[in-house]
Write a protein that binds this ligand. Structure first.
Ligand code: HSE
Length: 436
């Protein structure tokens, strides 16, 4: 059989890795796919890029539209990122009857509903494993491996750059900016690194995970997003004292009222396996009603780990190319006409436990005022520490761990605490999850 012809859009970190792994493992990949897979052309503004990645025979064009319109190309791999041009190219490739493999989680999270509808109509596949948790086959696991289950919740460390920064800061006391620069140099970070540190990249990924877990349309605008820039060394230290580690997690959970879809720093018990996932590694915990908890671990960013997921998608597409489109694995795990209208909850309606750090004057009655507010809001306190004031200072840090409570009620309590005469700055709040 003739080899399947691929066109790659973008020969950056992941594009270079993909071309190289396809070349190096060509024979093994063909034995799996049942056909050879050749890179016919790649689009990149740098015409010397082939030479730079050690593939000087690779044909390169600067015109990405030439690739998506080339009749000899069967599969387009989109690795240029961003929303505008990438969307135009992907829609054009679909219109031209080509299958698409992409690592572009932003594109899928924001425009996936439209892209999948177009692909469905044209009978082509759009595969996106590489967009979520780098080399970990998490979409395959949730969409196919766990298809017997009602997924109850997913919690994951799904941004390699953020985890790398938190790990280096905690273990080596390195400065935030210095570690971020290293993540950029290593090719982990997004083109705009604020996407990593402000949680936007993780929110893109969580939006997609939530859809394949619960069979709901992609709703990025409903994903609560908070990054790692507000985490302070004191909170890392207090968390440690209390037996917790702070990780940046994406959490999606099915509740009676709707679906929680949130990305934020989270304190988790140090004893959990996922608490020990460090550096650029990602890990995703998936809880199904039949299987119970399952954990997936691997490199969340980087050239060849991400290429591993891109190429696995290409192999899946090659195997499915001759199948009837209606018998293929649905893009969002559930049949397109079976997507459910379950609401994604606003943050006021999520339920979680909390760590609160309250800076207060060191004087009698302060603690009583704070606990009175908690009691009035029906919030039960689980643990409490009062730190010694620094010599000569009259302010102390009061640390509270609460039981699970509705976030709206916690907001009311925090407002009341901040309004007390004896508190000296905004209350720091970190959500706490037992993940049990
Ligand atoms: N910037 C992303 C990360 C790349 O650090 O996880 C992989 O999606």
């Amino acid at each position: 059989m003739n080899p399947v012809k691929i066109g790659i859009l973008g020969l950056g970190t992941v594009g270079g890795g993909t071309a190289n792994v396809l070349h190096r493992n060509a024979e093994e990949i063909a034995r799996r796919a049942g056909r050879g897979i050749t890179v016919e052309v790649a689009a990149d503004l740098n015409l010397d890029r082939g030479k730079e990645i050690g593939l000087s025979d690779l044909r390169i064009t600067q015109d990405a539209f030439e690739v998506v319109s080339d009749p000899s190309i069967d599969i387009v791999i989109e690795l240029i990122g961003g929303y505008t041009l990438a969307k135009e190219l992907v829609l054009k490739a679909i219109e031209n009857g080509k299958h698409v493999v992409t690592a572009n989680k932003a594109l899928i999270a924001l425009h996936g509903n439209e892209i999948f509808a177009n692909a469905q109509e044209k009978g082509v596949i759009v595969a996106f494993e590489a967009g979520i948790a780098g080399g970990i086959p998490i979409i395959k696991a949730v969409r196919e491996g766990l298809s017997a289950n009602q997924i109850e919740w997913i919690a994951g460390i799904i941004n390699g750059t953020g985890n790398f920064i938190l790990t280096e800061m905690r273990e080596k006391g390195r400065a935030f900016d210095d570690v971020l620069q290293e993540a950029q140099d290593l090719g982990y970070a997004e083109a705009d690194p604020t996407f990593d540190v402000e949680g936007i990249d993780a929110a893109h990924k969580l939006t997609i995970l939530s859809s394949v877990a619960f069979g709901i349309p992609l709703q990025f605008d409903k994903t609560y997003t908070e990054g790692i820039t507000t985490i302070t060394p004191e909170d890392v230290e207090y968390a440690d004292e209390l037996g917790y580690t702070i990780k940046h997690l994406g959490i999606t959970r099915r509740t009676e009222k709707g679906i929680e879809q949130r990305v934020h720093p989270t304190m988790i018990p140090k004893t959990r396996l996922i608490a020990n996932v460090n550096g650029v590694m990602n890990a995703v915990l998936v809880h199904g009603d039949a299987v119970g908890p399952t954990l997936y671990y691997g490199a969340g960013a980087g050239d060849e780990p991400t290429a591993s997921a891109v190429i696995a998608d290409v192999v899946d597409v090659v195997r499915a190319m001759t199948s009837d489109p209606s018998n293929r694995v649905p893009h969002l795990a559930f049949q397109p006409d079976q997507l459910a209208d379950i609401p994604v909850l606003g943050m006021d309606d999520i339920t979680t436990a909390y760590y609160l750090r309250v800076c207060a004057l060191d004087q009698p009655g302060v603690l009583a005022s704070i606990t009175k507010i908690m009691g009035e809001s029906n919030i039960s306190i689980e643990a409490f520490i009062q730190k010694e004031p620094e010599t000569g200072a009259n302010e102390v840090d009061i640390i509270l761990l609460t039981q699970r409570v509705r976030e709206g009620d916690m907001n009311t309590a925090i407002q009341a605490i901040e309004a007390l005469d004896v508190t000296c700055s905004a209350v720091t709040r970190i959500r706490v999850e037992a993940l049990s």
